[in-house]
Design a protein. Structure first.
Length: 125
């Protein structure tokens, strides 16, 4: 994984140390790439035109009332297609979803060049 600047998605800004952007490498850079890929709606941004980057998650979750088994199957497919494009990610395992009120919680483990990476995301449906 190439080096990348650390980004705080909640604050919407790069993390700084001594007024310089912090640089992530290895597993930390990969984890940031994973989060950015999952947060990027496929086909929405012109910067990614011609590249299949991001996942089509909003269409499956936000404002929809699909059966949980359908949503889970499609979410897994979308996430696998998006994430396995990165050569440092080998396989997705232990994929599960949980409906908690209006939230859909998605959990999975990725086998990567840096070992196992466990991820959890919550989507407000």
């Amino acid at each position: 994984m190439k080096n990348t600047f650390d980004f705080d998605f909640k604050a919407g800004e790069f993390r700084l140390k001594n007024r310089n952007p912090m640089v992530l490498t290895g597993a930390d850079a990969l984890k940031l790439w994973i989060e950015k890929c999952i947060r990027t709606q496929l086909g929405r941004y012109s910067i990614y035109a011609g590249a299949r980057y991001g996942a089509n998650i909003e269409d499956l979750v936000i404002g929809k009332s699909y059966r949980i088994d359908f949503a889970e199957s499609e979410l897994r497919r979308e996430l696998e297609e998006a994430l396995l494009q990165n050569g440092d990610i080998y396989r997705m395992e232990s994929f599960s979803t949980e409906k908690r009120g209006s939230e859909l919680i998605v959990r999975f483990t990725l086998l990567t060049a840096y070992g196992e990476v466990r991820e959890e995301y919550a989507y407000d449906a």
